[in-house]
Design a protein around this ligand. Structure first.
Ligand code: NAI
Length: 408
């Protein structure tokens, strides 16, 4: 049976900010002691948690900067139960020997479903119809209402979300075109187009699924909107900076576009900000949602399970696959050995020093894997059991070592 060097129940994991209960269940079932604090923490309250925790799980509101990491002597991993990791200074965490895990794709399906919902809602002008009826107006006009069957959706960005949108759209009878800067295998009957311009020319619905990069910032502005077919629709459920909103506003106000759906905005309000108004508010057939593409119970549960699973794999087996700031190591477990983890400064000569220690002590290395990033090296080594404690002590004493751990 595999055991961590430390009894599992002595490993303290603190989950902040209402992380989905599935995470607590998985971590408790793995044998760790899990504390749950429903709110975000800062200042002294956060310092008190960091003093003892071996692992901290957070969502987006608790910030872990270098100053906070310095208060966490035992911290061995951070779980960001979110798509991004902006809330943590990940390079500083790496220098402290702490891998950071997140769940970049757990909300893929939720975003794809909302996108398809918006495609239908735009085609039927649902936002306007519902708004009017809320005001007591019974507007049954069919003007501007269409089926989506047989129409063309153009996906810019054919990654995790783009591909799912393509599959859902095709199931509804749509023709799917996509443009991506990487070569992507088309799913179903989707067709790549050689230039993004062709996609703007041909699509009835243009849907954006790109990350925020120097290249995508402002990639949809007046020239691109001018290419779009009269009466066509734009959807952005990716990142707010991708679309120039003033140009979109003009295209919608002129009636050149048939409508738009936006879930993300260049400047989004903080959770406590009471009121926020978009410059597109009040325009016809414009669906505005407050960055909720990935906000479903299912996505939160997926995030909880995905990050908890990654944390367990790291604590129990030293696996760092999926960590955003660490060398990616996944050494299959090997019976009859002890596993030594050495997180060290990425300076020349570490492997030579480790090898010298192992041979001096007469230990046998059954398997090993080393990975490095800019600042950090991570060595996982399976060695024979008799000598593992001595090897650990000598390696931990090397000046290059940041954190050294033995898994029995
Ligand atoms: P992904 O990384 O799987 O796919 C992005 C794709 O865009 C990649 O295939 C990439 O090659 C392509 N790409 C990058 N630059 C491009 C360019 N200049 N032109 C064309 N293609 C380009 O990412 P994923 O998971 O599909 O996410 C897509 C977007 O959705 C991201 O911006 C993400 O932040 C956003 N998102 C929004 C959510 C919401 O709540 N509305 C929730 C989750 C993600």
């Amino acid at each position: 049976m595999s055991r961590t060097s430390y009894p599992r129940h002595k490993i303290r994991i603190t989950l902040l900010e209402n992380i989905h209960p599935a995470a607590r269940e998985a971590l408790t079932a793995a044998g760790y002691t899990v504390d749950v604090i429903p709110k975000a923490l800062e200042g002294d309250e956060l310092a008190a948690v960091l003093k003892d925790a071996h692992v901290v799980g957070l969502r987006s509101r608790t910030k872990l900067r270098e100053a906070q990491l310095a208060l966490a002597p035992r911290l061995m991993a951070i779980g960001c139960f979110s798509v991004g990791t902006d809330q943590v200074e990940i390079d500083a965490a790496a220098r402290c020997g702490i891998p950071v895990f997140n769940a970049p794709y757990a909300s893929t399906r939720s975003v794809a479903e909302l996108t398809l919902g918006c495609v239908i809602a735009l085609a039927r002008r649902l936002g306007d119809k519902s708004g009017k009826l809320h005001q007591g107006q019974w507007d049954k006009s069919l003007s501007g209402a269409h089926e989506i069957r047989g129409r063309t959706i153009g996906l810019i960005g054919y990654g995790h979300i783009g591909q799912q949108v393509g599959l859902l759209a095709e199931a509804c009878g749509m023709r799917v075109l996509f443009f991506d800067i990487q070569r992507k295998l088309p799913l179903g009957l989707a067709k790549p187009v050689p230039t993004v311009e062709q996609l703007f020319d041909e699509a009835d619905f243009v849907s954006l699924h790109v990350p925020e990069t120097a290249q995508t910032r402002g990639m949809v502005g007046a020239p691109q909107l001018a290419r779009m077919k009269p009466g066509s629709y734009l959807l952005n459920l990716s990142r707010g900076s991708v679309v120039a909103l003033d140009a979109l506003r003009n295209a919608l106000a002129d009636g050149r576009l048939g409508g738009a759906a936006l879930d993300v905005f260049p400047q989004e309000p903080t959770p406590v900000q009471a009121e926020w108004r978009s410059e597109l508010a009040g325009l016809p057939n414009v669906i505005l949602t407050p960055h909720v593409g990935g906000n479903t119970e299912e996505a939160q549960r997926n995030i909880g399970i995905e990050v908890a699973t990654a944390l367990i794999a790291f604590i129990d087996r030293g696996v760092t696959e999926g960590a955003v700031n660490f060398p990616q190591i996944h050494l299959p477990p090997r019976d009859g050995t002890h596993r030594l983890l050495d997180i060290h400064k990425n300076v020349p000569g570490v492997l030579a020093s480790v090898t010298a220690i192992v041979s001096e002590l007469g230990a046998n290395i059954e398997a090993q894997q080393l990975g490095t990033t800019k600042d950090v090296g991570y060595l996982v080594m399976d060695i024979d059991r008799q000598l593992s404690d001595a090897v650990r002590d000598r390696i931990a004493a090397l000046p290059s070592s940041i954190k050294t751990r033995l898994l029995y």
